[in-house]
Each structure stands twice: as C-alpha cells, then as structure tokens.
Design a protein around this ligand. Structure first.
Ligand code: ZN
Ligand code: ZN
Length: 185
C-alpha cells in the first residue's frame, strides 16, 4: 500500500486525521499570530463560510464526482462494495486538491489571511465529514441524531438503482437538490 493507494492500512488511514489536525492547528496559529490586527470577527466569518462551503462541496463531490465519471465512480464503488474497509482518498492527493481548488483561488481573490481562514473552515468541515463517515460505518449510534445519520447513509449505500442521500454530515443539500430519502426500490 503506497502513498497513493485507495485502501489504507490502519496507520495510513489514521495519518489523514493527524495530518489535517496539524494543518488546522497551523492555520489557526498563523491566523492568531500573524493575521491583521482586530480581524478576529472577520476571521470567524470566513471560517464559518469555509465550513458552509465544505457542506456544499461534500454534497457536490459525492454526487457528481464520486458517483459521476470514471475512474472516480470505480474508486468510490470499492467503498460501496466493502463499506467497512479502510478506503479513502490518499492524504497526499486530497491536500493537493484542497490547495489547488480551494486555497489558491481564495488566495488570488481575497489574499492570504482570508484564504487561510476560509481554508481552516473547509478543513474543519472535511475533518467532521471524515469522522462522521467513519462513525456511521464503524461506531454504534449513541444518540438519536447519530442513529438518523447512520440510517441516512445506509439508505445511500442500499439505493443502488435510485441514488439518494449523498450528504454525510447533514441532509440539507439533499433536501435542496431533491435527492433526499425516497422509498427503496
Ligand atoms: Zn456513495
Ligand atoms: Zn459510506
């Protein structure tokens, strides 16, 4: 299993959380120490915008990329076929994609500190998603909300002929775009 394989050993799978945890801590420290003076509220606003942006990215990427063209459909099909296997995008690839598709355009449009705050929010969202996706497949549900998220994602996995329920952390965008729960065929 190399740095770019989809199926990970436990260490590589956990490394994703460690790497992103470190990047999030680094971005937060950079904003706190070298962001413009008095920009705390604006920072929080951009972080919140990043979190919100992630929820939309999570939905769009899952619906139109992972369930879209090859080779993404095949890669994601591996997870659908074996939901308990430790399968995920390699950390090296996901960091490159975040840098290229989120940080660079945000930096060009809004400058370094806004891009860093937005990126921080997006990565917090990504970590919440990665944790939630692991939890729905591997952990028992201890709250009604968690049970609902587990059921939602189980519908996604079982509705092969009528794809639905693409959001993992929450179902808002599925309701907006009409892909919420439908009776299973
Ligand atoms: Zn899927
Ligand atoms: Zn899944």
């Amino acid at each position: 299993m190399g740095l770019l394989s989809l199926e990970h050993g436990k260490a590589a799978y956990q490394a994703d959380f460690v790497v992103y945890g470190a990047v999030v801590a680094g971005l937060a420290a950079a904003l706190a120490w070298s962001g413009p003076r008095g920009s705390g509220l604006a920072d929080l606003g951009w972080i919140a915008a990043g979190l919100w942006l992630w929820t939309l990215l999570e939905y769009l990427l899952h619906r139109f990329v992972l369930h879209g063209p090859q080779p993404f459909r095949r890669w994601h099909g591996e997870h659908h076929a074996r939901p308990s296997a430790l399968i995920g995008l390699p950390t090296l690839l996901s960091t490159a994609l975040f840098a290229l598709l989120v940080y660079t355009p945000a930096w060009l449009l809004g400058g370094g500190w806004r891009a860093s705050a937005l990126m921080l929010g997006v990565l917090l969202g990504y970590m919440a998603y990665a944790t939630m996706h692991h939890a729905v497949h591997h952990w028992p549900a201890r709250t009604a909300w968690m049970l609902e998220r587990k059921r939602w994602h189980a519908r996604h996995h079982h509705a092969r002929h009528d794809p639905q329920c693409f959001g993992v952390t929450f179902g808002f965008w599925d309701r907006v775009f009409g892909s919420g729960p439908r009776p299973l065929r």
